[in-house]
Design a protein around this ligand. Structure first.
Ligand code: BGP
Length: 467
């Protein structure tokens, strides 16, 4: 592997920081939604707000070369008038300085879903004004950290976020509204382009990308019907983010289908021009699983996600009326307790597809697996299942790199156990265990020590599969 390859781990502000009402932070839409609905929340999360030094020390001792984290918009901008919170600015200076002191490259995301509630009150992502609010927030961050940060991402997973909030309804604002889903998606991609434009105008010395929840599409067979369903699924899952951000083109076949049923008049000619002109330098791909697709048969659209784990295993269902259906019970596959297929080949195929199609640098910005683990009662969780999973996925990346793809980094999700959206704290992804009931004590798992050897050997300790 190239010697500059970034081996790291990743988190997101709301999921790990805690300190939800400290340091001048204002509420995000997640605080309000989870509090109002009496759901498990991230008020304290993993207490990274207070323990970031310990966490970054563990990263260093774990051989990590990079840390992907997000800045919380509600820590930086206090109100809709755009007032900056100096304490929030200082907090991320502290985190970034601590990274740099420890030889760890900060890989910064501007938006990992914690929208300030004052903006949600104004209509959130379905109002055009959100684009300028986001650009102004980005300007504050670029100005503050541009001399320290090289890698910037505008958005984490626009598709997953917008669909979950506006169509599936399991995330705030909890709607089932296709028109709003289209609007939210469009404004987020427009905000991405306008932020890239600002980045260039300000001559920020670094690179800017976007992070996508990548679901490489495969089909159940080679029939024409399946091929057509796969194209629609690829537009649904991937192309409207990747084509738009990287090529500056929203897939036209998707727009023309949507135009038959929905009002797209809010998309202005000059918006398409901004999108065309301002494309990203790199792409971050979060890979958990592929999407296995079959043709649509009948019935209404169903998007059912398992946020309950083992008690709801096997209940996930995705049918997009007239477009496609997703298979969740492939007899040749295994699935996690949360219905995520385990399919490392999909990562190799996905990287190769993305690289052939787009030809820009790729970072695997998230990859990992969740388990129920007894962190409080074990000194160090022996997570051989995670080690096996990570080995197979890193093997897939090494293969893709050997076959010519320009893949430049890999981030395990997650650094330590953190709050998982709607799934709570019991859905554990961390290399480092967190005892949430005992002062958030950090307890590195076997995978942490295993990954240290991977990072330090630049991938040489990965057990390779036969080609
Ligand atoms: C991605 C998000 C992360 C993280 C991860 C695992 O979609 O970018 O924030 O949560 O998935 O998902 P979950 O926590 O739902 O299992």
């Amino acid at each position: 592997m190239n010697e500059n390859f970034l081996w790291g781990t990743a988190t997101a502000s709301y999921q790990c920081e805690g300190g939800w009402n400290e340091g001048g932070r204002v509420p995000s839409l997640w605080d309000v939604y989870l509090h109002e609905n009496n759901l498990e929340n991230g008020d304290d999360a993993s207490d990274h707000y207070h323990k970031y030094k310990e966490d970054i020390r563990l990263m260093k001792e774990g051989g990590h070369k990079a840390y992907r984290f997000s800045i919380a918009w509600p820590r930086i901008i206090k109100n809709k008038e755009g007032e900056v919170n100096p304490e929030g600015i200082q907090f991320y200076h502290n985190v970034i300085d601590e990274c740099l002191k420890n030889g760890i490259e900060p890989f910064v995301t501007l938006f990992h879903w914690d929208l300030p509630q004052y903006l949600e009150d104004r209509g959130g992502w379905i109002e055009r004004d959100i684009c300028s609010a986001f650009v102004e927030y980005a300007r504050v961050c670029f100005e503050a950290y541009k001399d320290k940060v090289t890698f910037w991402s505008t958005f984490n997973e626009p598709r997953y976020y917008v669909f979950s909030g506006y169509k599936i309804g399991n995330y705030p604002p909890g709607l089932d509204d296709t028109q709003k889903t289209i609007q939210g998606s469009f404004y987020m991609m427009l905000a991405n382009a306008l932020t890239v434009k600002l980045f260039r105008e300000m001559k920020v010395p670094g690179q800017i990308g976007i992070v996508h929840s990548y679901a490489p599409v495969s089909g159940v067979d080679n029939s024409l019907e399946t091929k057509i369903a796969m194209r629609k699924a690829d537009n649904f899952f991937n192309n409207w983010i990747l084509d738009t951000a990287i090529k500056g083109e929203i897939p036209i076949d998707m727009l023309s289908i949507l135009n038959e049923k929905y009002d797209l008049s809010f998309m202005k000619e000059e918006d398409f021009e901004e999108i065309k002109q301002n494309t990203v330098d790199f792409v971050g791909l979060n890979y958990y699983a592929r999407a296995l697709i079959k043709p649509y048969t009948s019935g209404e659209t169903i998007l059912r996600i398992n946020n309950k784990g083992k008690e709801a295993k096997g209940t996930s269902k995705v049918v997009v009326k007239d477009w496609f259906e997703q298979v969740f019970d492939n007899p040749d596959s295994t699935y996690t307790e949360w219905d995520t297929e385990i399919y490392p080949q999909g990562l190799y195929q996905g990287i190769m597809q993305a690289y052939r199609k787009y030809g820009i640098p790729i970072y695997i910005t998230e990859n990992g697996i969740a388990f129920y683990e007894d962190v409080p009662n074990e000194e160090s969780v022996d997570d051989q299942g995670r080690i096996h999973f990570l080995n197979e996925h890193i093997d897939a990346i090494l293969r893709a790199a050997e076959d010519g793809a320009d893949v430049r980094g890999y981030f395990v999700w997650s650094t330590m156990d953190i709050y998982s959206w709607k799934n709570g704290h019991e859905k554990r992804y961390g290399l480092i265990g967190v005892d949430f009931d005992n002062n958030f004590e950090r307890k590195p798992k076997s995978s942490y020590y295993w990954y240290k050897r991977v990072c330090e050997s630049n991938g040489a300790t990965i057990e390779r599969s036969k080609r």
